[in-house]
Design a protein around this ligand. Structure first.
Ligand SMILES: Cc1ncc(COP(=O)(O)O)c(C=O)c1O
Length: 373
């Protein structure tokens, strides 16, 4: 059997990682400004993470959600404290799309409605509801095209109010900072108006913090820059530092119902050990403060470089937009300068490094980036 060929691949086999560096099978070292697609939060192969996962798998890797799992309870307590949502409840799943899927289901169970408002360039995942609220017709299969979604321009307060005032919208789903859409930051005034309008019209506000959350923006969640509290928050990527995991944070307005949501693998012992190790390191090493500090430095320095149209973002979630396509520039950055970066569309380079990126590593990146401009 061969692999089902859906990924355009770089011809590089990464076999080892440490902190913000990875190595291929020839031993060539790369600086990782991509974090395996914003997944690596505490750095590759952090010793505490390796130890916690190794000990847990030797003890018990998995049982099932039909018995008490004290690691889940510990995680709920620790996460609530770390992110400032101690009064919310935690539901654990395995991926970002699955988190959004469950958020949309829970919203619809709550108010009985079926319409969803999403925003231009939004990405929320590839499963049925998650892909239906994603603004990319190329990945919506006919079976997913169920006309539940109205897409509005991001930051257009009037359009948002007009749509919600129809009174039949189940939920609004919005990224804390748009990732795949090109690192687009929602205006705080728009987010505050959105919060007010959702409350007034009985619409559930879902914040997708799958890429922008877990400290990446320099706060635990990117929406915390805007002083609002959503009804549902979805997370994945950084929560497990590469261990496949997702989570839904549920406001006290929702009452749990036995059997309404569920999963076989979600919140298993091994995943919880990974997530607890991640929180230990984020807190112990001050990684959110580091993301804010190193990110601010990168943003400031990138703005001084020539040929760049716009630099956007917060913390270690940065988009660098060029007038011209960046395919060749990104390829030179990888092959000549040994730096991994992400992309958005044809003209935007995305920087999503591990949150432990040091000032020296940021400066090394800036030097190498300047060489390919
Ligand atoms: C904002 C956002 N939401 C949802 C997802 C989907 O997550 P997953 O690939 O884990 O299903 C992604 C993945 O890139 C994302 O960036």
């Amino acid at each position: 059997m061969k692999l089902f060929d859906v990924y355009p691949l770089f011809d590089i086999n990464i076999v080892k990682g440490r902190g913000c560096h990875v190595w291929d099978e020839q031993g060539t070292e790369y600086l990782d400004l991509y974090g395996g697609h914003a997944v690596i939060s505490i750095g590759h192969s952090h010793p505490h993470y390796v130890e916690m996962i190794s000990k847990q798998v030797a003890q018990l890797g998995f049982y099932s959600n039909s018995v008490i799992n004290k690691l889940q309870q510990q995680l709920a307590e620790r996460l609530g404290h770390a992110c400032g949502y101690e009064d919310y409840a935690l539901f654990l799943i395995n991926s970002g799309a699955e988190a959004n899927e469950n958020a949309l289901k829970l919203a619809s169970f709550q108010n009985g409605r079926t319409r969803v408002v999403s925003f231009g360039k939004a990405f929320h995942g590839r499963t049925s509801l998650a892909v239906e609220v994603t603004d990319n017709p190329k990945i919506i299969a006919p079976i997913n095209d169920n006309k539940h979604t109205t897409y509005l321009p991001l930051n257009d307060t009037e359009a948002m109010q007009a749509e919600l005032r129809k009174g039949d919208v189940c939920a609004v789903i919005i990224e804390g900072i748009q990732g795949i859409g090109g690192i687009r930051v929602p205006d705080p005034s728009f987010m505050q108006a959105l919060r007010e309008e959702c409350t007034r019209t009985g619409t559930i506000l879902i914040l997708d913090e799958i890429q922008s959350g877990y400290g990446r923006s320099g706060r635990f969640f990117a929406h915390q820059w805007t002083d609002i509290r959503p009804d549902l928050i979805t997370v994945a990527k950084g929560i497990g530092n590469g261990f496949p995991m997702g989570a839904l944070l549920v406001s006290p307005m929702f009452t749990p119902v036995y059997g309404q949501l569920g999963t076989t693998f979600g919140g298993n012992h091994l995943a919880c050990a990974a997530a607890l190790a991640v929180l230990d390191v984020i807190e112990g090493e001050g990684l959110i403060e580091n993301a804010a500090r190193v990110g601010a430095h990168l943003l400031e320095e990138l703005k001084k470089l020539p040929q760049i149209k716009e630099v956007r973002g917060r913390g270690l979630m940065i988009g660098v937009e060029f007038e011209q396509p960046i395919k060749e520039l990104r390829s030179r950055l990888l092959h000549e300068q040994k730096v991994f970066t992400g992309v958005s569309g044809t003209n935007v380079i995305r920087l999503l490094p591990p949150l432990c990126l040091t000032m020296d590593e940021a400066d090394t990146f800036l030097e190498r980036f300047a060489k390919v401009l």
